[in-house]
Design a protein around this ligand. Sequence first.
Ligand code: HAM
Length: 421
Amino acid sequence: MTPLRAVKGMHDLLPADIHRWQDLESRFRATVQRYGFGEIRTPIVEPTQLFVRSIGASTDIVEKEMYSFHDKADKSLTLRPEGTASCVRAFLEHRMSGQQPTQRWYYLGPMYRRERPAKGRYRQFFQAGVEVFGDPGPYVDAEIVEMLVGFLEQVGVPNVSVAINSLGSGTTRERYRHALLEYLTPHREALSADSQRRLESNALRVLDSKAPQDQDIVREAPRISEYLEPDDAEHFRQFSECLVALDIPFVVEPRLVRGLDYYSRTLFEVRSDSDGLGAQNAICGGGRYDGLVETLGGPSTPAIGFALGIERVLMASRSAVAPQTADAFIISAQPELRTEALLVATELRNAGLHALADLRGTSVKSQMRRADKSGAGFAVILGTDERDRGVVQVKQLEDQGQQHEVPRHALATHLASKARM
Ligand code: HAM
């Protein structure tokens, strides 16, 4: 029989590796909570139309990468490829616009895109993201970029660089699309097949193409900054100025468009040149999507957000996180003392300590070996003689530590005082 394996591009996260994830997640929660964000958890499966209508029918994600299927009632459902569309759906479904003038949400969770797996590019990957509804910016735009950069520094991502651009709004996009079409059409034959197709459906996507033959052509393309309406240009100027005031270094990339159609005005991408990352050096992307709530049937609501790829942040990060180790490993000198060992372990756990025990009834030598390997601070040894005298032996496991007797009733307090040292 062929062995069963995880789906290509999807990975198990084993207990030995999880502490870095948990550390990153708890730092993310702590950071965003300081900025007033509350957590939202949306379903992993959504109606396919949600993504088609928000991300855009002619994007790579919708055209090629979604895990879509029909359920037993013949409804087309999709494993979410990103979190923004689901947040907007929830925002509308729960009539949030009628509640607070602004909403600040954050989320953590798996996303699914059927991309070609590579280092840093997976088919199931995890994002941590935020969305702000109801604030037209540009100050909140700078606020979330500042929060993001501060977070990445805190978790040890080296050489973070921020690229920004503005896609303008309404008429800007339309005028720019025309200019782009005018420039690209004479080069049509030289473009990749994907870009030729997109020329009509979504010319801006051509700027995002990774095909080398497209990139040479795109390099000379007109810049959107030359087409910004005065209020879009002013928005972008204030956003940039605010980043300067907050001391956040950035570069303006006039051809940054990113792969989702819902963006308008502010757009940003954060990269790191950490050795840990391969070609996939974009660790976070975000931007404004002022028209999306309306597109999906709600009232006009400005919004902005970002999402970072947790795997990529962990690959880029240089900070090591020590796994949590136990305070005590309980050893029963005789197999009949296993209930006693369990009682002692329970007592210590109830006192808030981290206690381990090997309850299989193996030899003391083998239990000691496991205690040493576990990284626990102390071994607590129970023997019949000690039980009768109401004491236990406590042995420090590191540095050839000493062993001494502790009254059984004082064990938890004794270990707790050592754990605090
Ligand atoms: P995105 O740029 O598609 O934006 O994804 C954000 C981040 O997710 C990327 O910068 C990358 O770190 C990570 N990522 C994307 N695809 C993969 C993959 N296949 N494997 C590993 N990591 C990946 C969004 O998803 C938008 N929803 C962000 C946003 C929120 N914009 C406004 N609000």
